[in-house]
Design a protein. Structure first.
Length: 134
């Protein structure tokens, strides 16, 4: 007997985005296929930095929060068509040196059995903003 195919939905992508904003690594990993791939928006390769498999993806996701402890993805919009999906967002974050980032970006997703098989991330390349003054 075969398992019924679980479809991905915009609500799934919103729950995934909410987990990013909570910095909840366990919740994020529950959305990923065990052999899933994360292609970060920055890195040495044409695809950015490619992480494959649970351990590597978990480390790649955690690295985002290590770089930007206050990372936040706002104004999220999502759509899904078949086994592909898109999330658009505005990323904000502050590095340890106080410089800030505020850029628009998107994730392109490929789904398999209702889970994320590929999260391919893109964001605008904008110079860092100066540290906030208090």
């Amino acid at each position: 007997m075969s398992n019924p195919t679980v479809e991905a939905t915009p609500e799934l992508l919103q729950a995934f985005a909410d987990a990013w904003n909570r910095h909840d690594i366990d919740a994020l990993m529950s959305f990923m296929a065990p052999d899933g791939v994360f292609e970060a928006s920055a890195g040495p390769d044409a695809c950015g930095t490619r992480c494959q498999g649970e351990r590597a993806v978990r480390a790649g996701f955690a690295e985002v929060w290590a770089t930007y402890p206050d990372a936040h993805w706002g104004n999220a919009r999502h759509f899904v068509c078949g086994d592909r999906g898109v999330s658009e967002w505005t990323f904000t974050g502050t590095r340890a040196d106080g410089t800030r980032v505020e850029v628009n970006g998107c994730d392109l997703f490929t789904f398999r059995d209702g889970r994320i098989a590929l999260k391919n991330s893109y964001r605008k390349n904008r110079p860092p903003l100066p540290p906030a003054t208090t």
